[in-house]
Design a protein around this ligand. Sequence first.
Ligand SMILES: Cc1ncc(COP(=O)(O)O)c(C=O)c1O
Ligand SMILES: Nc1c(O)cccc1C(=O)C[C@H](N)C(=O)O
Length: 434
Amino acid sequence: MSESTALSESTALSESTALSKSTALSESTAQLDKEDPLAALRQQFHLPDDTVYLDGNSLGALPKGVSKAVADAVEKQWGEDLISSWNKNDWIRLPNLVGEAIAPFIGAASGQVLCCDSISVNLFKLLASALELQGERRVILALEEDFPTDAYIAQGIARLLGEARCELRRVAPDCLEDALDEDVAVLMLTEVNYRSGERYDMAVITRAAHAAGALVLWDLAHSAGVMPVELDRANVDFAVGCGYKYFNGGPGAPGFLYVNHRHQSDVRQPLSGWLGHRDPFAFAADYEAGSGVQRYQAGTPPVISMVALRAALEVLQLTDIARVRDKSLALTAFFMQGLASRGQLDALECLTPEEPERRGSQVSVRHEQAWGISQALIEAKVIVDFRAPDIVRFGFAPLYNSFADAERALDILAEVLADERYLHERFRHRPAVT
Ligand SMILES: Cc1ncc(COP(=O)(O)O)c(C=O)c1O
Ligand SMILES: Nc1c(O)cccc1C(=O)C[C@H](N)C(=O)O
């Protein structure tokens, strides 16, 4: 595993991204959109006029079908059918139904995915399960640079269990293999890094961890819904992911978890709530775990949010995840190539790897005025985001982003860099949520 490579000058991107090497991007852009087999899917989304939305890696856009499904769930199911909806409208089975709908996108056979809670809560449940399965082994191994909640949750578990039972150890990517010693209970890492957009090789890393006697838990926040994920094929033990990014389930959409069949009869989880009970409506005095992934459900599901996520998944079901990946790679390659051919890599450092198999669906650049640049882009209706202290992320969602979006973002970025408006006073203030 090597460090992210900066894209040098006008380096031609790999042939496998199927892009022309022409620098006259505007001439070919319309053609690329015309030939795009996913182009029509953009119509499935509500997107504001004149806006280029490149933040689907944080919050996916609104599928039109979601508004209808939510209105029906609220007005008809809740309003008219009231409590009978738990049976009549299948509310009680939503965690399983939505989990089953997510499963094919992450390479999971039936019965291993449950839609519930957030990534953070699901990490807590699964890390506790993994530690318990591993007996004497006490280390949760993670990467220094992964999204902080993963480490925070591990730290919380370590505090609860005490250091004799659990320790979080964080290493740089290059040290991962050496760190897989006999103390490691579980390796936890994110398939696509949220800052750099670098993608790690799930199959290779999972194999190495297993060879060292460790279990593996993958965070799929930045990969699920935008590329094929092969959990079963890679023999992964556990995984988590969210519904609000590339699955377009909306703000605060429930997440999901995956537990490989081979662990399902042995695992226990600490949030032993009533809906994970073997027979919830027996209202028994003591907890007895339900079968399979069902035991990972704790309390009542957020029905409206699950209805929204279920409807959002219908857009992805109209296509093939391999096609989504093809377009994602083409969009990111187009954008990186545009940065290079316009000479913008003199001012910006591209953190996203050049090799297609090593990148996710975003392009991240570093600049010491990244905050001002991100705000100037947003002011010009190119919605990107900023990650402290110095990164601007351009997220590409193949279901609704076009090559024209990528070109527009390149044009506006060129203007912003040329006139240095990012230095203006009006971009000084940085709010709490970025
Ligand atoms: C890699 C990764 N893990 C976890 C999270 C957050 O998880 P949660 O759904 O608990 O907010 C994010 C972003 O919000 C993320 O990028
Ligand atoms: N989940 C988020 C939220 O509730 C508020 C603001 C941003 C987010 C995000 O998704 C952040 C995101 N995971 C990231 O990659 O930085």
